[in-house]
Design a binder for this molecule. Structure first.
Ligand code: PAF
Length: 279
């Protein structure tokens, strides 16, 4: 695997492969890689000839009081994991390389998809994500770009952004990777204390029970209130727990629904989601 820090060198390397008709799959990350990221690399290897990943802790998607400074940076360990999974190129640009003119561009998705959920509690977050992902896609110009479904709203935002910009790339979502107890894998799980780590799987467990109840026709308001009470009693501070349409991420009567949830355990913010069908 070659690690490349500049746009010009990465483009030159990929140009040679494209000239030979090779297809490219891209897995953008912020590093501190866990099995969830590596599953995306496995999917990338199946989907294309050449696999490119990136590690860039993007400052524009963090709010002022968020964890940009303490976000774990573990480049050597990440490189070892990527090599073991057969990644071909790792792009590790500096902030100056990605934002040479400072913060001059912001890609704002002006649609209902960004309004609720994380969009409501993390103002500016999705504009930061859409900005950096559009830059990265423009640099790599892959055939397919691969993202985890754990960040359900992020995936919807990226799909909308690529459609609106007519970017010639397929966006592929991969099922959330989970620990054996059901906890969604996340770089932030390592902030949890041992006791919080034992409590954390209750989030997924509660979503499963809620989805089951709603798919059997339970009263939505009561079922959501019961789910919130379960989580609060276990020590979660709920940011949101919303049941919405899988496509618009707004409340609707359609059958294809998703539960989106974010909750704090101590200082650690966990998110998770579960799709289900309403009767
Ligand atoms: O999901 C992430 O790791 C980040 O939001 C992404 C897509 C790499 C953009 O910085």
């Amino acid at each position: 695997m070659q690690t490349i820090e500049t746009i010009s060198r990465l483009r030159a390397a990929l140009k040679a492969h494209k000239a030979k008709g090779k297809t490219i799959a891209f897995v953008p990350t912020m590093g501190n890689l866990h099995e969830g990221h590596l599953t995306l690399i496995d999917t990338a290897r199946i989907r294309a000839d050449i696999v490119v990943s990136s590690i860039f802790v993007n400052p524009t998607q963090f709010g002022e009081n968020e964890d940009f400074d303490k976000y774990p940076r573990t480049l050597q360990a990440d490189q070892d994991k990527l090599v073991a999974r057969g990644c071909h190129y790792l792009f590790t640009p500096s902030v100056d390389e990605m934002y040479p003119n400072g913060n001059t561009l912001s890609v704002h998705i002006n649609s209902e998809i960004t309004e609720l959920h994380c969009g409501a509690s993390r103002p500016g977050h999705f504009a930061g994500v859409a900005t950096v992902v559009s830059k990265l896609l423009n640099i790599v110009q892959p055939d397919v770009a691969i993202f985890g479904q754990k960040d359900y709203q992020q995936l919807a935002v990226i799909r909308q952004m690529t459609a609106d910009l007519f970017l010639p790339v397929q966006i592929l979502g991969v099922e959330t990777s989970r620990e054996s107890n059901g906890l969604a894998r996340s770089s932030r799980n390592q902030y949890l204390t041992e006791q919080q780590h034992e409590t954390a799987p209750l989030l997924h467990d509660t979503l499963k029970k809620l989805a089951h109840a709603l798919s059997k026709g339970a009263d939505e308001g009561k079922a959501i209130a019961a789910a919130k009470a379960t989580l609060s009693a276990a020590g979660f501070v709920i940011d949101y727990l919303n049941v919405v349409d899988q496509t618009t991420l707004q409340p609707s009567d359609h059958s294809a629904q998703v539960i989106l949830a974010a909750a704090l355990l101590g200082d650690t913010r966990l998110i998770d989601n579960l799709e289900f069908f309403r009767p």
